[in-house]
Design a protein around this ligand. Structure first.
Ligand SMILES: [Zn+2]
Ligand SMILES: [Zn+2]
Length: 497
């Protein structure tokens, strides 16, 4: 840890039950972000990953690839593909000899011209702005990781990158283009522009950058030394020990940083409800659980349900051709594709636009309800369902992207035109609200509410729990069964009470 003016410190003014005078950072220990179980994290060899022994959540992995050169190569490619995509055309539509060419920017601009400013800004932000910032942040992170001492600004950029990355929806946009293209080939001649292939390539290189970047390596690169820093009249010392040397501290004295995963031990039990201080490694505020997780998720969920009704009742767009046609809703759009014989595409739209939002609202509602009531059943299933909901939520944007492209390209006055309708804005609101609902939900509180994160975890002292190590990341699915150090899977009480 450095000792400059911006050096990491613990803030003492808002800590319960007494001021923090000393914090011990515990190495070799990890808290599962899925269920809140503290467990030992063994050193990993390249190509290995560690998963939670209770819920199967991935805790850490080590890449086989070169830690800096590989993501840098992909990041440079991403930047090149991104700039080329911005400068080239997306699609050219030919209706009876009249042509119209659009690029990436046309869709958001046309939505704004038509008076759907919120939707235009949203589409522009997640398809143009967010990828650009993500690529810029990644360059900064890789530069920082190549320095001998990690610069002070680097942890914050890494934290912001993690927050921003899900908003970059290039891969969903590709599917939106595909659905729009299929709808258009039905009525006119469509030429696909180079931007489509460039966005496809950008999707692959951005995914490859993420999968080859070793954030664990970067955090390890930032040393944690003992530090005494006065805040007001308080001095806070931080020292570093390894769990193998000191043994497992009492679980209720432990707190893990939600941004970088650093585990610290305080001299007294830590409340779930108050900010403990500032992380001595990434300078993020440390809370034992995400603040107001349950109430925030409930609020987002209620708002999403309110918007869900107009999103399905009102037309999302109006397709006029030679004086005929009319508005259609999300469901009618999927049915129309089915009637036109495009059954796989119709199923895709049905899944992304109808099943996923319903699944998200119903699942989050079930989790919130169970947590409010302290239910003890189906905890592993609920935690896994949360991971699925978290992963698939962005794909519902397909319809919004498709409409933004159609609105931009089909503008031939009386011959053919597409306009967006109020249903699309309500639908986009449902998608964004359910995303925010999922991101503000802390799945660990389900286990807290069921009383499964106490000093004794499911009949075993937490000191014997160790993360499960498997080979070939992404190909092995570890079965969640609690296993003590040095022995096989333990016989545990079943998950359901
Ligand atoms: Zn877990
Ligand atoms: Zn941290």
């Amino acid at each position: 840890m450095n000792t400059s003016s911006s050096s990491p410190h613990l803030r003492c003014d808002d800590v319960e039950p007494g001021p923090v005078r000393h914090v011990r950072v515990i190495g070799g220990l990890s808290e599962c972000p899925g269920c809140g179980l503290y467990q030992r994290l063994p050193d990993l060899d390249p190509g290995q990953q560690a998963s939670c022994v209770r819920c199967g959540q991935k805790l850490a992995r080590r890449r086989r690839t070169a830690p800096l050169a590989t993501p840098l190569a992909f990041c440079i490619s991403s930047a090149a593909f991104y700039l080329a995509a911005l400068a080239s055309s997306l699609m050219t539509l030919d209706v009876y000899g009249r042509q119209r060419t659009v690029d990436l920017l046309t869709g958001p601009m046309e939505l704004m011209h038509e008076g759907w400013g919120e939707a235009g800004v949203l589409v522009g932000a997640v398809t143009i702005l967010a990828p650009a910032i993500a690529i810029g942040f990644m360059f900064a992170i890789l530069y920082a990781a190549s320095c001998r001492q990690l610069p002070d600004w680097a942890p914050r950029v890494l934290v912001w990158y993690d927050k921003l990355r899900p908003w970059s929806m290039v891969e969903v946009y590709i599917l939106g283009i595909f659905v729009a293209y299929t709808k258009l080939t039905d009525m006119a001649h469509v030429d696909v522009g180079p931007a489509v292939y460039l966005i496809g390539a950008l999707m692959l290189t951005m995914a490859a950058t993420d999968s080859t970047l070793d954030t664990e390596m970067i955090w390890r690169h930032r040393r944690i030394d003992s530090l005494t820093r006065a805040e007001g009249d308080q001095a806070v010392e931080v020292d570093y020990v390894h769990v193998d040397d000191v043994g497992m501290p009492p679980v209720d004295h432990l707190v893990a940083c939600t941004s970088c995963g650093l585990v610290g031990e305080l001299a007294h039990p830590v409340s779930n409800l108050t900010c403990v201080g500032i992380c001595p490694r990434c300078e993020h505020k440390v809370w034992r659980r995400l603040p107001q997780s349950l109430t925030r998720t409930t609020a987002f969920l209620i708002a999403a349900i309110v918007f869900y009704i107009p999103a399905n009742l009102y037309p999302v767009m109006t397709f006029m051709r030679m004086g005929g046609g009319g508005g259609h809703t999300i469901v009618e759009g999927a049915i129309e594709l089915w009637m036109d014989g495009m059954i796989p595409l119709s199923l895709l739209v049905f899944f992304a636009s109808i099943t996923v939002p319903m699944l998200k609202i119903a699942s989050l509602g079930w989790m919130v309800w169970q947590t409010w009531h302290g239910a003890r059943g189906h905890l592993v299933a609920r935690t896994r369902l949360f991971r699925v909901v978290d992963m698939v939520g962005r794909w519902s944007m397909i319809d919004v992207f498709m409409i933004s492209i159609l609105v931009a390209v089909v503008r031939f006055n009386a011959m053919a035109s597409v306009t967006a309708n109020a249903g699309m804005v309500a639908f986009a609101a449902v998608v964004v609200l359910t995303l925010l609902g999922a991101w503000s939900f802390d799945p660990r509180i389900m286990w807290d509410a069921a009383g499964r994160n106490g000093r004794v975890v499911d009949g075993l002292p937490p000191s014997v729990l160790r993360a499960q190590v498997t080979r070939d990341p992404g190909q092995t699915t570890p079965s969640p069964s609690l296993s003590p150090v040095g022995t096989g899977p333990a016989s545990m009480e079943p998950d359901q009470a």
